[in-house]
Design a protein around this ligand. Structure first.
Ligand code: SAH
Ligand code: AVI
Length: 327
């Protein structure tokens, strides 16, 4: 096991932080929960299955862009240290790691999912014996300053590349996005760079099947959230009473994943001493997946203090990869 594992999350993170999110999100209307709770072991595995679905283009598109441009991106950024936020399986990241400048290069993977981190780090350590692999269990909404400011992630050495791939930036609300981008910017030194994967606005005819596939894997991913709530907070959701929904919100340019109660039901959270009522047909929003234009990204990154240094899309113009520098 030739990798370093650091846990920045408190022992009771998935109980205490989830508790707060349930108390904040399920008493509001509409009911909402942040998507980070999808990723228990089963959720991380279901996400990997999603990435292989014929309807789910983002992973394939991003991999194709990386394959065509990784050499230029890595040599252009001079990166000896790659830090990835929400790294998951780190599968596509291998395309970047294949271009690492030489022995002594470092890869730091950051994710909330310990199972995904450990599996990825173990596999990478085998494929790349000369690579220093660090796995950090952390919340990128809370621990950016700690992670990017740590000498272990090469602060002050220059030539760091922070990558945020997969379109996960779209899972954040606009306000959360601007906080995250400002946090990345604050953690970068001149000479460092930020590589961002972002999904682009396109026809709902392409978008909707990507979030409501024929095999029902995305539905299983969405419904697994109810098992997380049952297990972590002693809730008594009956998953058969809820249905997966994917809706294109054109005004806000985002897919919304929801869970819809098929009948009126009351759910008890034993650990919170809380009962939550769902009306018939009531929906709980479990994820937003925002889709971007080049202009919008440039504006948001500009506001965070970044200037553009590279822009690539797949041949069909579905997905973008972009490189940014602190200005
Ligand atoms: N980057 C990978 C995985 C994307 S899935 C890819 O492109 O395929 C999103 C990943 O982000 C999951 O592994 C999930 O556990 C992680 N994640 C979600 N919210 C997070 C948060 N707040 N902090 C850290 N990781 C998070
Ligand atoms: C991780 N994230 C970018 C995925 C997305 O496309 O928003 C999560 C996902 N949700 C449903 N399918 C995939």
């Amino acid at each position: 096991m030739a990798y370093r594992f650091t846990d920045l999350l408190p022992e009771d993170f998935s109980d205490s932080a989830l508790r707060r999110d349930v108390l904040d999100g399920l008493v509001d209307r509409p009911k909402t929960l942040p998507p980070k709770w999808f990723y228990d072991k089963t959720g991380s595995e279901l996400f990997e299955e999603i990435t292989r679905l014929p309807e789910y283009y983002p992973t394939r598109s991003e991999r194709a862009i990386l394959q065509a441009n990784a050499a230029g991106i890595v040599s252009g950024s001079g990166a000896r240290h790659l830090i990835e936020l929400g790294s998951g399986s780190s599968e596509k990241t291998r395309v970047l790691l294949d271009q690492r400048p030489g022995p002594g290069s470092v890869y730091t993977a950051l994710d909330v999912s310990e199972s995904a981190l450990r599996q990825a780090a173990e596999a990478l350590a085998v494929t790349y014996p000369d690579l220093v692999v660090q796995a950090v269990r952390a919340d990128f909404e809370q621990h950016l300053a700690t992670v990017l400011g740590d000498p272990l992630t090469g602060r002050g050495e220059g030539g760091r590349l922070v990558a945020f791939l997969g379109g996960t930036i779209g899972n954040l609300e606009p306000q959360e996005r601007s906080v995250l981008l400002a946090g990345v910017r604050a953690g970068l030194d001149p000479g460092d760079a930020f590589l961002l994967g972002a999904d682009l606005v396109k026809s709902p005819q392409v978008l909707l099947p990507a979030y409501d596939d024929a095999a029902g894997v995305t539905a299983a991913f969405n419904l697994n959230l109810l098992q997380v709530l049952n297990r972590r907070l002693g809730a008594d959701f009956d998953a058969s009473e809820f249905a997966h929904r994917a809706v294109w919100n054109s005004g806000q340019a985002r897919i919304e994943m929801r869970l819809r109660a098929s009948r009126r039901t009351s759910v008890r959270f034993a650990d919170l001493d809380l009962a939550v009522e769902f009306g018939e047909g009531e929906e709980m929003r479990t994820e937003i997946s925002s889709k971007f234009t080049a202009e919008r990204l440039e504006e948001e990154l500009g506001q965070a203090g970044f200037g553009p240094d590279g822009w690539w899309t797949d041949p069909e113009g579905r997905y973008s990869l972009s490189l940014w520098r602190p200005v």
